[in-house]
Write a new protein. Structure first.
Length: 133
């Protein structure tokens, strides 16, 4: 994260020619912008995990969709978090991508009832040991 945050414009420019990534100038510069914003959140909250879990009181939100037809792409939480991330200087953090991220890191459990990965309980999030997220 620190390496990306420290990149100069001259270091970012060659990435426009890199075939293995999306060669969009706004997204490439957004990576640096997000790294800087991420560092600021870490400094303010101790870790990015502390920041995220603070939005849900330390416990995962466990939803109970009965079928994939009941799954959603955004929620009021992802709307609010998206707005806050943007205020903090993040870019490319719309409500849909924020909700997908919350699901990916376990802050939200949207597994359909009966899925083997469905949480059976809602444990409190432990204090993170100064992780990179």
């Amino acid at each position: 994260m620190a390496a990306v945050a420290a990149m100069t414009d001259d270091e970012l420019e060659p990435l426009m020619l890199e075939p293995g990534i999306i060669r969009n100038r706004l997204k490439i510069s957004g990576a640096r912008k997000n790294a800087l914003a991420f560092q600021a959140v870490q400094a303010e909250f101790g870790s990015f995990a502390n920041y995220l879990w603070g939005w849900v009181g330390g416990s995962p939100l466990v939803n109970g969709p009965r079928s994939t037809g009941e799954l959603v792409a955004t929620t009021e939480l992802s709307d609010r978090l998206s707005r806050d991330l943007k205020k903090r200087g993040f870019t490319f953090v719309g409500s849909t991508i924020v909700y997908a991220y919350l699901e990916a890191v376990g802050v939200v459990d949207d597994h359909v009832l009966g899925c083997p990965a469905k949480r059976e309980s809602t444990p409190k999030h432990p204090e993170p040991a100064r992780s990179s997220i």
